[in-house]
Ligand binder design. Structure first.
Ligand code: NAD
Ligand code: UDP
Length: 336
């Protein structure tokens, strides 16, 4: 049986990854400090004999005997990582060092959750892996972008200097159930706003381009990447189907059948105007491309948030004081 460590395993992507790895017959150790993750995300696997949860901060070294490591611990929502900028950089960089040291010590293969943010406000579109990026090194997003870029440098050097078996996935915008209703990313924000008939907050004029990958597709790609030996350089994983933020807003409103008006707000600084992956390398090396359409994936995500919101109403109707139970992350987290 393969024993696998997933850092950030109580988060949005990490929790689906843990589930899939257990379903495939592996033993999973999840290490998470619950900064943006929640026990609700891993509720379904908490009772499994193949699952172990360690409350741990990756900024601190960890020793567990494992065969594989997926390093996913890091806040990913711009609103959340910018709330704790120094903590974010430390998580990205010290987390990478600590997990690479562990991989080296126990001889594990290690996969890094990198990001399309390494390309910054790209001057090439769509972005191939060969592009070095255009990142503002001192801007509001730098804590995350530069932290993840440094992590990529570390992954490359641990491979070259120490022979550690590293893999790097450059993940583009991924969405699905278990994102937090209040995490600030565009998909959960628009869905919750539409379901509650509140204004849909479009930042800027809504012409910025993103491409959205459903979480199940991403997890397929991650597991394939861990398995192959030939991918020594970073590889893009994401949807190649582009969508403007304005079209995303219209699609969500239509699917929900909402009465929400649109409200335009200022564009946050360094918000990349165009981001879409070139996934030819993933197609060639992993035989991977996303299968779930945006409407299908949004439909599943909308149903999830409908349940979350109706449960919250139910809780309030039963008189539970708000904050008595914490199903969602504590944004006042201050362990920077
Ligand atoms: P998320 O915020 O839901 O999950 C992150 C998890 O890491 C949470 O459970 C959080 O509690 C945990 N964590 C944060 N700091 C930690 C620390 N210091 N020690 C231990 N645990 C810590 O975000 P997500 O969307 O699931 O993203 C997961 C990973 O994928 C991140 O590394 C992120 O950078 C990467 N990624 C995600 C996307 C996306 O679109 N979702 C895109 C690119 C990259
Ligand atoms: N965005 C928006 N309204 C929101 C949240 C985000 O218009 O309520 C925009 C944001 O400015 C960006 C895009 O949607 O252009 C995607 O934002 P997100 O935070 O999901 O991720 P990013 O791609 O910026 O990392």
């Amino acid at each position: 049986m393969t024993r696998i460590l997933v850092t950030g395993g109580a988060g949005f992507i990490g929790s689906f990854l843990c589930e899939r790895l257990i379903e495939a017959g592996n033993e999973v150790v999840c290490a998470d400090n619950f900064q943006t993750g929640s026990e609700a995300n891993i509720q379904a696997i908490m009772g499994s004999r193949s699952f172990e949860l360690i409350k741990h901060d990756v900024r601190v070294p960890l020793h567990v005997d494992v065969d594989e490591i997926y390093n996913f611990a890091c806040p990913a929502s711009p609103a959340q990582y910018q709330q704790h900028p120094t903590g974010t950089t430390k998580t990205a960089v010290l987390g990478a060092i600590n997990m690479l040291d562990l991989a080296r010590k126990v001889g594990a293969e290690i996969l890094q959750a990198s990001t399309s943010e390494v390309y910054g406000s790209s001057t090439i579109h769509p972005q191939p892996e060969e592009y070095w990026g255009n990142v503002n090194p001192i801007g509001a997003r730098a804590c995350y972008d530069e932290g993840k870029r440094c992590a990529e440098a570390l992954f490359s050097d641990y491979r070259r200097q120490f022979g550690v078996a590293t893999k790097v996935a450059r993940i583009f915008n991924t969405y699905g159930p278990r994102m937090q209703p209040n995490d600030g990313r565009v998909v959960p924000s628009f869905i919750v706003q539409a379901l509650t008939n509140k204004p849909i907050t479009i930042f800027g004029d809504g012409t910025q381009i993103r491409s959205f990958c459903f979480v199940d597709d991403l997890v397929d790609g991650l597991i394939k990447l861990m398995k192959i030996q030939s991918a020594v350089a970073p590889i893009n994983l994401g949807s190649p189907h582009e969508c403007t933020i304005r079209v995303l807003a219209e699609t969500v409103v239509e699917l929900v059948g909402s009465r929400s008006p649109v409200e335009f707000r200022p564009l946050p600084s360094d918000d990349p105007p165009k981001r879409t992956p070139d996934i030819s390398k993933a197609r060639r090396l992993l035989d991977w491309s996303p299968a779930v359409s945006l409407t299908e994936g949004l439909g599943k995500t909308i149903r999830y948030f409908e349940n979350v919101l109706s449960q919250r109403c139910g809780d309030n109707a039963q008189g539970r004081p708000s904050g008595a139970k914490k199903p969602f992350p504590d944004l006042s987290f201050s362990d920077d």
